[in-house]
Ligand binder design. Structure first.
Ligand code: GUN
Ligand code: ZN
Length: 485
């Protein structure tokens, strides 16, 4: 068959089923080749700083800038080959197309294919309570968040919000989220179940709280341990699901509860741990009064074996030097949530300290304190925070922190975060010039970093043309179709 007859217009894949159904498994395997501009980080950040670079802060900063710029892989006229749920090949179109004469070709020239985005910290039960006026952390929790979470005692409500939530992720290009559910185990079931319907890699956990919140939202140390263990058995590493032990934050867990969860963390070494840390000054003072025997906030978790690799701490705005060092040593990750930190007036994340102490950082929305599901916009606000600190985060680095950098921090980069052959085909197709203003601002042949930066400031969900998960198109803007509709 002549090549041209295989080439179709952009959007030709829209007839492919949006949902992974039993019937597609019967469809004979056929490779698909997608043509577009492509950018990704194939490797995690090299860390071989010279002695000079280590000892001098401005050289150190330049080392990072150079490293992010040099290690990105960009194919201006590129090709991505997928087969079933797996990426088979990536490269220049002219070369790759020769290798796959039988592949079905879809031409997305003028658009960008990027890895699916990773949001490393957010709350699905807060989807409906996003954008509530006037409070800082503790009163915001009391006035808006806890009431919203109480509604999740109703399983139907949980199922409905889980769908809306996943659709919001898809239409914003997020293919993996690290998600807090509620204290109700059924709310966690609802999310894993909805994500499983589209083979989406979700990391989630039942929130554990046994004090300092409404009685309807409290469990106990024993119940938290038993329900978390049951959920691990049922969901962890089943399909693409992964479990995260989820004590909400130190003030709402007793020592006994943290100890019970620490036992699980020790027993299940590859399970994630997610919680909050040093977000707000009143919160920190409260933690100090609740845990007088601990040596600071991080130590509350550390005493119970909850500070380790695959621990993901939301925020870390007001850490002391010992805590920075300990996070680096432990190989733990901080989720930097700029829209939330600005919205709740929590403070400005210190990226330079993270670098100086080799602490993994991943970008996150923290919806509903975060004000958007969109990870591009989240980097846009991270950039503004970094401008206020006088050390701007480059677009290369911003892109890294929501793709390969996040995946590497979470030890998931053999599956997600990049477009390497043999990883799972989670990717997005981005239309840079989606409206009058972006068409004016972004030239047709603009460099990746310019496209990415301009979209991070000007963009929204309209820039996401398609979101693919496990080799299936799960969201197609043109048809306003979501897999979970
Ligand atoms: N600290 C404890 N719970 C929460 C929450 O739901 N959101 C934020 N931003 N911080 C928290
Ligand atoms: Zn949070």
């Amino acid at each position: 068959m002549p090549l041209n007859s295989l080439i179709s217009e952009a959007g030709s894949l829209k007839k492919s089923p949006l949902k992974a159904t039993a019937s597609n498994t019967a469809v004979p395997k056929r490779k698909q080749l997608l043509r577009a501009s492509i950018a990704h980080y194939p490797n995690s950040k090299p860390d071989n700083k010279s002695a000079d670079e280590r000892s001098c802060e401005s050289l150190y900063q330049r080392f990072y800038e150079r490293s992010y710029k040099e290690n990105i892989e960009i194919f201006t006229d590129g090709a991505l080959v997928i087969e079933d749920s797996i990426i088979r090949d990536i490269g220049d179109y002219a070369t790759v197309v020769q290798k796959y004469p039988d592949a079905a070709i879809s031409d997305y020239s003028g658009k960008w294919i990027l890895p699916g985005l990773i949001d490393s910290h957010l709350h699905y039960p807060q989807t409906q309570s996003i954008a509530n006026y006037g409070e800082q952390l503790l009163s915001w929790l009391e006035n808006y968040t806890f009431p919203a979470e109480m509604a999740f005692a109703d399983e139907e409500h949980a199922k409905n919000i889980a769908k809306v939530f996943i659709n919001q992720l898809l239409r914003n290009g997020t293919t993996t989220g690290f998600v807090f559910t509620t204290v109700h185990a059924s709310s966690c079931q609802a999310l894993f179940s909805a994500a499983s319907d589209i083979n989406m890699a979700i990391v989630a956990g039942k929130v554990c709280m046994d004090r300092n919140c409404p009685a309807q939202l409290q469990d106990t140390p024993e119940l938290a341990q038993r329900e978390s263990a049951d959920l691990i058995d049922q969901w962890h590493n089943k399909g693409r699901n992964k479990y995260a032990l989820t004590p909400r934050f130190a003030p709402t867990s007793s020592d006994a509860q943290l100890a019970a969860l620490g036992e699980l963390a020790t027993q299940y070494k590859d399970v994630f741990i997610q919680t909050h840390l040093s977000e707000n000054r009143d919160e920190i003072a409260w933690v100090n009064s609740l845990f007088p025997h601990a040596d600071g906030y991080l130590d509350v978790y550390d005493k119970h074996h909850l500070v380790r690799e695959r621990s993901v701490f939301g925020h870390g705005i007001h850490l002391n030097q010992d805590e920075w060092v300990r996070l680096g040593e432990a190989n733990a990750t901080l989720a930097f949530c700029p829209t939330s930190n600005l919205f709740l007036g929590s403070g400005l994340f210190n990226m330079e300290q993270a670098k100086a102490n080799n602490v993994h950082v991943a970008l996150a929305t923290d919806v509903g304190a975060g004000t958007t599901f969109n990870m591009f916009k989240t980097y846009g606000d991270a950039y503004k925070v970094s401008q206020l600190r006088d050390v701007p985060i480059s677009p290369f680095e911003g892109f890294y922190l929501m793709t390969q950098g996040a995946a590497a921090a979470h030890q998931l980069d053999d599956e997600i975060g990049n477009l390497n052959p043999n990883t799972t085909a989670d990717f997005i197709i981005v239309e840079p010039r989606f409206d009058e203003l972006t068409a004016l601002r972004i030239s047709e042949n603009a460099a990746f970093e310019d496209v990415f930066f301009a979209l991070s400031i000007l963009g929204d969900d309209r820039m996401i043309e398609q979101t693919w998960i496990s080799g299936q198109c799960c969201y197609n803007k043109k048809e306003n179709q979501h897999a979970l509709a």
